[in-house]
Design a protein around this ligand. Structure first.
Ligand SMILES: Nc1ncnc2c1ncn2[C@@H]1O[C@H](COP(=O)(O)OP(=O)(O)OP(=O)(O)O)[C@@H](O)[C@H]1O
Length: 631
C-alpha cells in the first residue's frame, strides 16, 4: 500500500541543494511521467522566494537548459518570465557564454581546421582513385576548410543563430559552438570564473540527451568549484534517444552528489505503467507506481502485414479502440488521438502532402526549415496565400484587403502617397486578386507554381528570393548553368542549385498540399514523431511502427520485436557491452508508449505477423488477448 505522496520529499531535497551559501549538486533520476519537469519548476518557484532578491542584487541568474525551444518557452511561461532565470536550449546557452571570446574562438577554430585538413589530406593520400566520389568530395572539403582558414584573420566577431543555418563566412555552426564552449570551460580559468559568477546554479533538463561534450565540461566545472556552484541534472537514462547524449549518465557520480529518486508515474493509467515497466525491466528494473486513483486503462497491439493498406489498417485499429474503450474520441478523424510516426514523411504520406514535403525534406538546406516552419517560400503560402484564399471563401472582403495591404507592393504606403498612382494601383491590385482567385474556379486545385506565376505576372506580391529564378525562367537557366562556370564557391553553388531543384519539384504539387502542410506545422497537429514528443503527454496515443516506411537505420523495431536477426555488428556491440540497435529502439519504444495517459494502441507493420505476436507475448509485454493481427 502506498499514497500519492511517496515522492513528496524530493522537491525539498532538491531545494536544499540550491543553497547559495552551501551548494550541492544533484541528479534527479526518474522515469516517464514522474514529474521531473514539474519538480524543476516547483523548486525554482520556492527558490525565487528565498534567494531571488540576492540574485537580483548581484546580477546573477539560475541557468536552466532545456532540450527544445518549446520546452524553454513552457518553463519560462511557468516561471512567469522571471529574469533571474535564464532558460534556454543548450545552443543558446553556449553562445551566450562564448560570444565575446573572439580571440579564443579563432584559436580553437584555427587549430581545429588545421587538424581536419591534416587528417583529410592523409586520407586523400591513401585514396586509390582520386576520381571516385569520396575523393572528389574530400578534395572539396579540404579546399573549403583551407578557404575558411585563410579567411579567419578577417573576422572581427563571429555570428551564430541557434535556430538558423549559419551559412555566412563569419558564422559558427551548431556543433562548433558546443565544442568551443566545452573546450573553453575545460581549459580556460577566466571562462570558468565568468560562468560561475553569472550562473552559480546550472540545471539541465533531459540531461540524458544533452551533448556529452558539454555535460562532461559541466561535470569538470562542478568538480573544481564545489563550494560555489550547483550542477543539477534532471533525466532518465531510459529516455536517451539521441546518439550524442552521455551513456550511463548517473553511474559513478561523485559521493557528495545528492541522488533523489521518484517512484510514482503521475501521468498514465495502470496498464500503461505496467507495460512501460515491463519494457524497462531488462534494462535497469526501475519500477514505477500509478497514482492510486488511476483507472486500469487500455493497451492494444495491432499487428499488420506490410502488404495491407496502412490507412485502412490504422482506421480499423481506431474503430477497435472505440469499441474496447467506449471512447468515441478514438476516431482518427477527431483530434482526440495523437499518432506517433517514426519520420515526418510518414505523416506527410498520411495527411496528403507528400509531394510537397518529400523533395524539400531530402535537401539538406531545406529540411530543418521545413520542420520548424522557417522556409520563406512556404511561409509565402502560409502567411499570404492561404489566408487570402480563406478570406475569399468566407466572402470576407475586409480580410482580403488587409492581407493585400500588408503584403502587396501595389498598396505599399510609398506608392499610395503618390496621389495620381493611388486609383491606378487600387485597380491593379483588384484585378490581380481576381486573376489569382480564378485559379480556383470550377473546384480547381491549382499547382503552387501556377499560383506563383500568376502573382509574378500581376506583381501582386513580391516572390520570395529563393524561388524567384523558378518564376523568372531565364534567370533560372543562368543559375543552373552557373555551377560550371563559377568555381570560386562550388559547394555553395551546388547546394543552392539543389535547393532550387527541390523547390522546382515541390512547387508542382497542388495548393491543397501546402494547406495540409501548414496544418501539420501548427501546434495542434494530430501527428508527432516518436522522438519529437519527448516530454509531452496525450490522453490517447497511437504508436505507428514500420521500419521499412521509416527508412531509418538507427532504430529497428523489427530487431526489437525479434522478426529480424541482429547483424554481426549488433552481435559484436552486444558482446562488447556497447549500445545496440535493440537497446536504442527499446528506449524509443519506452518514450513513445509512456506519452499515453489513458489508452494506447500500437500499430506494428511487419512481414512476419505470427512471429511478432509470439515474441511480444513471450517477452511478457502483452497478453494474448491484447494482441490482434489485422487482416
Ligand atoms: N506531484 C504531482 N501531483 C500531481 N500530478 C503531477 C505531479 N507531478 C507531476 N504531475 C503530472 O504528471 C504529468 C507528468 O509530469 P512531468 O511532465 O513533469 O513528468 P516528467 O518526469 O518530466 O515526464 P517525462 O520524463 O515522461 O517527460 C504531468 O501531467 C504533471 O502535471
Amino acid at each position: 500500500m502506498y499514497t500519492n505522496d511517496i515522492d513528496s520529499l524530493v522537491d525539498e531535497q532538491i531545494f536544499r541543494c540550491l543553497d547559495l551559501q552551501s551548494p550541492k549538486s544533484f541528479f534527479l533520476f526518474a522515469g516517464a511521467g514522474s514529474g521531473k519537469t514539474r519538480s524543476l519548476v516547483n523548486v525554482l518557484e520556492i527558490f525565487e522566494k528565498e534567494f531571488g532578491q540576492s540574485l537580483r542584487l548581484t546580477r546573477r541568474k539560475v541557468a536552466v537548459i532545456t532540450y527544445t525551444n518549446a520546452a524553454s518557452e513552457e518553463i519560462i511561461h511557468r516561471l512567469k518570465a522571471n529574469p533571474i532565470f535564464w532558460v534556454s536550449t543548450i545552443h543558446s546557452f553556449s553562445w551566450q557564454l562564448i560570444q565575446n571570446f573572439t580571440k579564443d574562438i579563432k584559436e580553437w577554430l584555427e587549430q581545429n581546421l588545421q587538424n581536419d585538413i591534416v587528417k583529410l589530406e592523409a586520407e586523400q593520400a591513401r585514396s586509390r582513385n582520386p576520381n571516385n566520389k569520396t575523393s572528389i568530395l574530400r578534395a572539396k572539403q579540404i579546399e573549403s576548410k583551407k578557404r575558411r582558414l585563410l579567411y579567419l584573420p578577417n573576422i572581427s566577431s563571429f555570428t551564430y543563430n541557434p535556430n538558423g543555418d549559419n551559412t555566412s563566412k563569419e558564422s559558427l555552426n551548431h556543433s562548433e559552438v558546443i565544442s568551443i564552449t566545452a573546450h573553453l570551460i575545460q581549459n580556460k580559468a577566466l571562462m570558468q570564473d565568468i560562468t560561475i559568477s553569472r550562473f552559480p546554479i546550472i540545471l539541465v533538463d533531459e540531461s540524458q540527451d544533452t551533448k556529452k561534450e558539454l555535460i562532461e565540461a559541466l561535470f569538470q566545472l562542478q568538480e573544481a568549484n564545489k563550494n560555489r556552484f550547483t550542477l543539477g541534472l534532471f533525466g532518465d537514462t531510459m529516455q536517451r534517444i539521441y546518439m550524442d547524449g552521455k551513456e550511463n549518465l548517473g553511474n559513478q557520480l561523485p559521493n557528495d552528489w545528492v541522488l533523489p529518486e521518484k517512484k510514482m508515474n503521475h501521468r498514465s493509467s495502470k496498464r500503461i505503467i505496467a507495460l512501460v515497466n515491463d519494457i524497462r525491466k531488462s534494462v535497469d528494473k526501475k519500477e514505477q507506481y500509478p497514482r492510486t486513483e488511476k483507472s486500469e486503462g487500455v493497451v492494444r497491439l495491432f499487428i499488420v502485414d506490410r502488404g495491407i493498406s496502412k490507412i485502412q489498417a490504422e482506421n480499423n485499429a481506431s474503430r477497435e479502440m472505440i469499441r474496447i474503450t467506449n471512447d468515441e474520441l478514438w476516431d482518427l478523424s477527431s483530434s482526440g488521438v495523437k499518432t506517433l510516426i517514426l519520420e515526418h514523411h510518414m505523416a506527410a504520406q498520411r495527411l496528403g502532402f507528400f509531394d510537397f514535403f518529400e523533395p524539400l525534406y531530402h535537401n539538406d538546406k531545406t529540411s530543418t526549415g521545413l520542420l520548424d516552419g522557417s522556409l520563406a517560400p512556404a511561409n509565402f503560402f502560409i502567411k499570404i496565400i492561404i489566408p487570402l484564399k480563406n478570406a475569399f471563401d468566407q466572402s470576407d472582403r475586409f480580410a482580403q484587403m488587409r492581407i493585400v495591404k500588408e503584403y502587396s507592393k501595389l498598396l505599399a504606403r510609398e506608392e499610395l502617397v503618390k496621389i495620381k498612382e493611388q486609383e491606378k494601383n487600387l485597380l491593379k491590385a483588384n484585378e490581380a486578386i481576381i486573376s489569382l482567385l480564378t485559379l480556383w474556379n470550377d473546384e480547381n486545385d491549382p499547382t503552387l507554381i501556377s499560383i506563383l506565376e500568376n502573382i509574378y505576372a500581376s506583381n501582386l506580391f513580391p516572390i520570395p528570393e529563393v524561388i524567384y529564378p523558378l518564376v523568372e525562367k531565364h534567370k533560372y537557366r543562368e543559375k543552373i548553368g552557373a555551377i560550371d562556370i563559377n568555381d570560386s564557391n562550388e559547394e555553395e553553388e551546388q547546394s543552392s542549385t539543389d535547393t532550387l531543384l527541390a523547390w522546382q519539384q515541390a512547387l508542382t504539387c497542388p495548393y491543397s498540399q501546402v494547406v495540409k502542410y501548414s496544418q501539420y506545422l501548427a501546434e495542434d497537429s494530430k501527428f508527432g514523431t516518436h522522438q519529437g514528443v519527448k516530454g509531452l503527454e496525450f490522453p490517447r496515443v497511437m504508436v505507428v511502427i514500420d521500419d521499412e516506411e521509416a527508412r531509418g537505420f538507427i532504430f529497428s523495431y523489427d530487431k526489437l520485436f525479434g522478426t529480424k536477426d541482429p547483424t554481426s555488428t549488433d552481435k559484436k556491440n552486444e558482446e562488447e557491452g556497447k549500445d545496440t540497435a535493440v537497446d536504442r529502439t527499446k528506449r524509443l519504444f519506452y518514450v513513445a508508449c509512456s506519452r499515453a495517459c489513458d489508452s494506447l494502441a500500437i500499430v506494428a507493420y511487419t512481414n512476419l505477423p505470427e512471429n511478432l505476436k509470439r515474441n511480444v507475448i513471450q517477452y511478457q509485454w502483452f497478453t494474448e488477448d491484447e494482441v490482434l493481427i489485422l487482416k
